[in-house]
Design a protein around this ligand. Structure first.
Ligand code: A2P
Length: 307
């Protein structure tokens, strides 16, 4: 296993107390048009700010939404994963992108709209916004990028960093293996489908696996989730996961990590994990959900960002 050399990053050049101004340059829907789950690809121009060229793929940008909470306090900062490569969107270092889902939910008959995501999604090219960053110290691609293979697991907008990472890898002529396992409820919710389908057509070493949770069921009645891909697409994933120089990255909803770690353990891929404590049984098939949740932690080969 080669040493993992992470790039030096600059953190919080602009903090919430001292934000800078960015301008929206694009804001478009990046799911199918008929998806009820609206997710937008947004690009901000940061030219002339200290942030130009500073976001590494995997890091996040902070957004300060205007206005106040019900208690009269200014809204807090929200972090969004950057979905452009380190070179910047389209190779332009003054452009940084992110992927934003309009958040909404009904609680006890009242409908709530996510403050920052709806603010962002309503912005038009030319509109200004307050931003901070960069943030994130470890969720990065290694500098010695060619020394590894990569398996990326994303649910929903957790795809954001992997869009940037996959652009970065293949633009640099990467020759190793890359697998992307993406989970979403319906086929219409697949994010950036055109981009990833084209990448899969172009590159034999890019494996694109979609896990659609609410259309069909697995033979045992369970849902197709990113973690079940470890079984359902074993023929693609096991050979890559079994290489001694593969790294895995997870990004998306909290909870996905435990499912992935348990399924990795069941297949014997323990190198991606660190055991905190000793489960009662040696056989991962016997481990309780409680044991899985509390005892399976990421090792140095595993990068986790869940929220
Ligand atoms: P489901 O909601 O059908 O249970 P989105 O962010 O677009 O809603 O997509 C999130 C995806 O992750 C959905 O397909 C969702 O399935 C799935 N999901 C929900 N819970 C988990 C979990 N614990 N592990 C992995 N995937 C999950």
């Amino acid at each position: 296993m080669p040493e993992i050399i992470l790039p030096e990053v600059e953190l919080n050049i602009h903090s919430p107390k001292n934000p800078t101004e960015a301008t929206v340059v694009e804001n478009y829907i990046c799911t199918a048009e008929n998806s009820p789950n609206i997710v937008r690809h947004m690009t901000f121009d940061i030219s002339g700010t200290e942030l130009e060229g500073k976001f590494k793929v995997g890091q996040s940008i902070g957004v300060l939404p205007p206005g106040e909470t019900e208690k009269g306090r200014p809204h807090k900062l929200r972090l969004y994963s950057v979905s452009s490569p380190s070179k910047g969107e389209g190779g332009e270092k003054h452009l940084v992108s992110t992927t934003v889902k309009r958040a909404n939910e009904e609680v006890d008959g009242t409908f709530y709209l996510g403050v920052c995501s709806n603010y962002l999604c309503n912005l038009k090219p030319g509109d200004k916004l307050k931003v901070t960053g960069p943030s994130g110290r470890r969720y990065l691609l290694p500098e010695n990028i060619d020394d590894f293979n990569y398996v990326f697991f994303a649910t929903g907008t957790g795809i954001a960093p992997f869009r940037g990472m996959i652009i970065e890898l293949f633009e640099s002529g990467f020759k190793g293996e890359v697998a992307l396992v993406f989970g979403c409820p319906y086929r219409t919710d697949v994010l950036y489908p055109k981009f990833f389908n084209e990448m899969a057509e172009k590159h034999d070493n890019f494996h694109y696996i979609k896990m659609i949770s609410r259309e069909d069921r697995r033979a045992d009645g369970s849902k197709y989730y990113v973690q079940t891909a470890i079984d359902d697409h074993e023929e693609i994933l096991s050979p890559i996961l079994g290489k001694e120089n593969t790294l895995i990255y997870l990004c998306g909803m909290k909870g996905m990590e435990s499912g992935i770690y348990h399924n990795l353990a069941k297949k014997g891929f323990m190198d991606y994990l660190r055991l905190k404590g000793q489960p009662e049984s040696e056989d991962p098939n016997d481990w309780s959900w409680e044991e899985v949740k509390t005892m399976l932690k990421p090792s140095a080969r595993t990068f986790e960002e869940v929220y």
